[in-house]
Structures are given as C-alpha cells and as structure tokens.
Design a protein around this ligand. Structure first.
Ligand code: PEP
Ligand code: MG
Length: 333
C-alpha cells in the first residue's frame, strides 16, 4: 500500500479522459518542505505566513521576511508558489500581542479586524510583506510566485491592496531591486459568503481566486467549529456552501480566471468528483493528502463528475448529499 502510494508520486494527475488537475500543497511551517516534495505536489497553493509572526515579541521586518520566503521559493525550483499575506485575527488572535500586531477588542473576533481588513488598517505591515515577496519573486522564474489576500469581502479591498502593491513595487524599482518584468498575480481568497456572492465583481479586481472552504463553511453556517454545542452543524456539504462555491467558480471560469480550492475539502478524495464536476481543476491541500487525491483524480471521468455534481446540486439535505458522495466510487482505498 505504501509503495503503491509512493509510485503515484511520479504519475501525472490526470483524469481517465485526459483532463489535468493541478495538485498543490498547503504549507504552514517551513519544516513541511520535505513532505511536500515527497508527496509529489506540483507546487504550493497556499503558503500561510502566520508562522513568521508567532512566538516573537517584535515584527519581522522586510529583510527577515525575505530570509524566510527565499529558501522556500528556492526549494520549489520554479514550481508555482502562492504566498498569502498575513491572516491575523479570528482564532489566530491569541498571539497577536506578542507579535506587536494590534490586539482586537471585538466581542466577535471572527467578525472583526481580520486578514486584509487588519492589513489595510496597518499598511506598513502590508508594505513590508509585499516588498519581501516581490524581492523574492524577482529571483524566481517569471510567474512562479503569486500573492494571495485573505478574508476579502468587497472588491475595493483588492483594489486598495493593489494600490499598495504597485506603490511598493515602484519604490523597490527606484531602489534598484530586481523585480519580475510583470508583477506576480494578486489573488483573493473566497472564504466569506459575501465574497462568494460578489465573486463576479471581485473577479474584476483580482487575478485569481482561492476558495477557502474552512472559513466559507463557518461563516455561511454561522458555526464556530470550536463550540461543541454547535459543531455538529458544521458541514461543508451543506447546499448553501456548495452553491456559494459553485457561484464563485463559475464567475472565475467565465473570465478564464484561475480558481482553486484550498480549504480542507480540497484534500478529501471523496469530494474530488464533486469538485471536478463543479469545474475546479486545481486543489491545494495538506501534503499528506495528495497521493490519495491523485488516485481519485486518476480514476475519474469529467463527464461523469459533471453529471454527478448536477445531481448533488439538486439536493437540499446535507445528509443526502453525503450519501451520494459516499456512494460515488472513486477507486480510492
Ligand atoms: C480556509 O479558510 O479555508 C483557508 C484555507 O484558510 P485558513 O484555513 O488558513 O483560514
Ligand atoms: Mg481562512
């Protein structure tokens, strides 16, 4: 079984009818790098940068961030890597004081100054992070690095972030830094119901989408997974979550804009038929999930997936959807 999964590493991620599905790794700490190579990831679809800001008393400056990103980008040797700027707040609030990031006083941190909201309020943090990413991208092959904004809810957040981004790039060029000819793409996380329903408008400002199903499910269903009283209501297969994913995916596909799924759903082999059926062709997940997801991809036909997704999307009961999902053979053991 182990060797079978190991062999999968060298096989292409392609459906039986020849559709390529990009399988990328999520990364939380640099120590995961060897695992990512071992798993056969085609790149990093989500580099969470919170690790840089945790367990320290000061903020990492531009140079410190370059020193952190450069070895990761180098190790990926030209494979794509999407670096998400700091997603502070919400459940990540605990360490905020230690890192010199403003502490939240909100009674509902998940609804407060989180992600891009905090960064636009503290543009010096966003500037340092953009500058570090741009400098590292300047040493990587053109197009290898992309930049991702967390917790977007309105198009103007992407627009405002891009203004900072362009300004930082101009400043770096004046300083004589070598940047890529074309600036790395700037994408938006679709992880709130607002962003999903406004995806067509956000698509006009963003270069790509990454659908974050963890937060999308939490905010859509108004369920805090950490709260035992309501945890049973947390179900990413709730039709409301699926409809939002479908709406956002279709908005991207209409514009031929890249879209990936990078929440936990993306790493569940049983959900691959549904995600491919909805039009998703890029999944980012914990590295350890890649072999089994690839196994699923290699057993599937896109036409079957599309028909299956249409059937699922007609359902209103999450339990029935789970039955359908569990009943769809993916050849995964
Ligand atoms: C998500 O919300 O699905 C996501 C990928 O972001 P994070 O898990 O880091 O909040
Ligand atoms: Mg999230």
């Amino acid at each position: 079984e182990r060797t079978k999964l190991a062999k999968l590493r060298r096989l292409p991620s392609i459906t039986t009818d020849g559709e390529e599905v990009e399988l990328l790794a999520n990364m939380e700490i640099p120590a995961e790098l060897p695992l990512i190579a071992q798993a056969g990831a085609q790149g990093i679809g989500l580099l969470r940068t919170e690790f840089l800001f945790m367990n320290r008393e000061d903020l990492p400056d531009e140079d410190a961030q370059v020193a952190a990103y450069a070895p990761i980008v180098e190790a990926m040797a030209g494979d794509p890597i999407t670096i998400r700027v700091l997603d502070w707040g919400g459940e990540k609030e605990m360490e905020a004081l230690a890192a010199g990031v403003p502490a939240q006083t909100s009674a509902n941190p998940a609804l407060g100054l989180r992600g891009i909201r905090m960064l636009l309020k503290r543009p010096e943090l966003l500037e340092a992070q953009f500058a570090a990413i741009l400098r590292v991208a300047g040493k990587a092959p053109e197009g290898a690095v992309r930049v991702l904004l967390p917790m977007v809810t309105i198009p103007t957040e992407v627009k405002a972030a891009r203004e900072v981004y362009d300004r930082v790039a101009r400043r770096l060029r004046r300083r004589g830094e070598k940047l890529p000819e074309k600036l790395p793409e700037l994408g938006a996380m679709i992880e709130t119901p607002g962003a999903a329903l406004a995806a067509d408008a956000i698509a006009l400002e963003a270069d790509f989408f990454a659908i974050g199903t963890n937060d999308l499910a939490m905010y859509t269903l108004a369920v805090d997974r950490g709260d035992a009283e309501v945890a049973h209501l947390y179900d990413p297969l709730h039709p409301a979550v699926l409809r939002l994913m479908q709406f956002a995916t279709e908005a991207a596909l209409r514009l031929r804009m890249p879209v990936s799924v990078c929440g936990e759903m993306g790493g569940n082999p049983r959900l691959v038929p549904l995600l491919l059926g909805l039009g998703i062709r890029c999944l980012s997940m914990n590295a350890s999930a890649i072999p089994r997801v690839k196994q699923a991809v290699r057993s599937l036909d896109i036409g079957d997936c599309a028909r299956f997704a249409r059937r699922v999307m007609e359902q209103s009961d999450p339990a029935r959807i789970r039955e359908l999902v569990d009943g769809f053979a993916t050849g995964v053991t």
